[in-house]
Design a protein around this ligand. Structure first.
Ligand SMILES: [Fe+2]
Length: 189
């Protein structure tokens, strides 16, 4: 992405980086402004990425999402994914974890607990939230829906394989999420 290559980008805080990426990739999509306002009011920029694992600190979800977007951008330049639409990859990455917003509660001990009262699934809920505001392409929808890969459970494996056969972007987003979680965000290496 052009903005990531900008010298000043690395010096910005995570919220500013996210807003710039969002504007570049979703700025011309109807409903995107309303979606970003909802994300802000619902706590996207202050939420952790997990309760006990990667980036379990305030702002972790935003940082994780940027890491996924960066990896997605890199993967678009690899031979296996040359056919993937890079803008769609960025949109899917920037929205893949909307389902996590509002689910982490900070305890008195400073640790988070995860509390899902909406019960819509993981990738499924991110798609549902995004589509309350904007239209997603079919590939973006598949990618967000299946970004958990085999972690979504054995009952899904048959459909998951078909989704990855049909949509390279879906597999790319899963890889980008894994790379962020298990390469970029591992502490104490
Ligand atoms: Fe993620």
């Amino acid at each position: 992405m052009d903005i990531v290559a900008d010298m000043d980008f690395a010096e910005m805080d995570a919220e500013k980086q996210y807003r710039l990426m969002y504007a570049e990739c979703l700025g011309d999509r109807p409903g995107a402004k309303a979606l970003l306002l909802w994300m802000e009011s619902a706590g996207f920029f202050t939420a952790p990425a997990s309760a006990r694992h990667h980036l379990n600190t305030p702002g972790g979800l935003c940082r994780h999402t940027i890491n996924v977007a960066m990896n997605a951008s890199d993967l678009c330049n690899t031979p296996a994914f040359m056919a993937v639409n890079a803008k769609e990859a960025m949109v899917a990455a920037l929205l893949h974890d909307l389902c996590k917003i509002g689910k982490y509660r900070a305890g008195d001990n400073g640790k988070y607990t995860y509390d899902d009262t909406r019960l819509l699934g993981h990738g499924e809920e991110s798609v549902i939230i995004a589509q309350q505001f904007i239209r997603l392409s079919h590939d973006e929808t598949l990618a967000i829906r299946w970004h958990m890969g085999a972690y979504s459970g054995e009952r899904d494996w048959n459909t998951l394989g078909k989704a990855y056969d049909a949509c390279p972007l879906a597999m790319l987003l899963h890889f980008a999420d894994m790379m962020a979680t298990h390469c970029d965000e591992v502490t104490g290496k």
